[in-house]
Ligand binder design. Sequence first.
Ligand code: C2E
Ligand code: MG
Ligand code: MG
Length: 537
Amino acid sequence: MEAAGAAVFSVSEPLHIARAEGMMDVSVLPYEKKAKHLHVTLFENRTRKAYEPYSFDFVTNEPGSGSFVFYCSKEKGFSSAEKHVLDSLGSILQMYLGKLRMIQMMEKSSRTQIMTGLPNSNGYLREVAKYFADGRINCYDAYYFNLKGFGLVNRRFGQKEGNEIMKRYVRTLQNFFKDDELLGHLGGDNFVALVRKGRRRREFLNLLSGTEVYGMHGHVKEPVMIRAAAGIMTVKMPCLLDMIIDGPSIALVHAKRTRKPYVLYTEELNDQITRGKTVEQRFESALAKGEFAVFYQPKVNTVSGEIIGAEALTRWMEHGSPIPPGMFIPILEQSEKITRLDLAMMKTVCRDLAAWKGTGRQTVPVSVNFSRRDLSDPDLPEKILDIISSHQVDKKDIIVEVTETTNEEEKEQMTSFLTRLRRYGIKTSIDDFGTGYSSLSVLREFPVSEIKIDRSFINRNLDATDEIIIRSIIELAEKLKVDVITEGVETVVQRDFLHQVGCDRVQGFLYDRPLPKDSFESRLLSGSYQIDRKTDE
Ligand code: C2E
Ligand code: MG
Ligand code: MG
């Protein structure tokens, strides 16, 4: 505007201009509903009196219209020759203004999400930077939220109406926001926000948990419920600017994985996600390099002290030290990588069993863990059978362990999986028995050979009710010809309690921790454990 003013100033003397004004009515960007009205004084010489104005009118592309109004310093007004020159000046100013507005539009669109008109990541961070600058940022929670199933809304209403629904949703959110709070749209169905700490969090989460807008199906208005999952970070200084988006986005990833409506960001979560990424990246090469080892934990008959079996438990040997499965199995379970690992462990166990047999050593049945996630592979029972057969291992020497299911879809998969294994003569065991929702129906509905009672049953102060429950489970299982074993036995008291209620098959630290293959081989050679009967009678 200054340059335009300077241009008018340079010709104001010969053309007798006392004042020049520019005005424009235009929508700045397509998503801005309200027309923008611009009125500026380009030039003014206060020593001159302003007489009759001459107006140069023009239209803009947006569309919009504007005019430059030149006030003459002569009472009789501009001559026709002067008006001619003013028209040329108007055209030049119009061109100049067009260029300026284009630059402004480009600048604005680099900060704005085109559909909703909210700040995009660039615009959002620019705004957030102001909160950092004046120290206000400490008063806010940073959010990253994602709409659940918006693809479905688009399919139901079509892309165009889907966009309208999104805009209605955004308007509802905007009504909630206070002037000092901030909402941004990163594109797609991803949003970010700064909302005041304290009770505003509950209110905002409430809004995110379900907000009803409408969608038009032809001329019919239909209600649409929009739900969002959120990651939240309570901002604490010192904090890097980028963390205002990255922190809550890490928490959101976790919320989605764990199917929670929201998750709070913590340093630990950050480490966990970073570790998750490392595990995913390193998995294939680690598997190829044989970095996954099998440790064996003996199963013991508490009366005779005999080793009656073992459970194969994976350890990731990174730089020579074992990383426990809790650090990587849940991550591998998010993809089919877990199946690759479980089948690889099955192969290792079969190879070990074949080697022990080959050297004439005594062997015991080994339980191999399979993740519930593996059950989505429809050929899994056949793959297991193939591995056992190709290593010429006796089927009786393998027990396939899976944990209880908690939902209907998995129940069907589980039934089919267990039924086929039974048909092939392979034994199965339900791991962590008692931690699912319908443990007793497991006994009724699933064709299993063994249940493994979870250690949560015995690692507390055991009272008369516990005794009744465990005793009933054991009796019921016996009647149904299902073997029972209890895991996590750490103390003589626990062992004796189990003996009292009828379970003499246990696995636990009282006897041994999971052992590297060599140590387990020595255990097998020694054959049995010394039995301490002190507390028995
Ligand atoms: P799980 O199958 O229930 O295995 C028993 C876990 O309890 C093992 O932990 C074992 O070390 C631990 N444990 C045994 N006795 C005691 C005891 O007396 N006290 C206590 N506190 N713990 C005891 P680990 O080896 O860390 O394995 C954890 C879980 O990881 C396993 O639970 C299993 O669900 C999974 N897992 C291990 N290896 C594999 C595998 O090859 N494939 C799959 N899919 N999962 C595996
Ligand atoms: Mg197990
Ligand atoms: Mg278990």
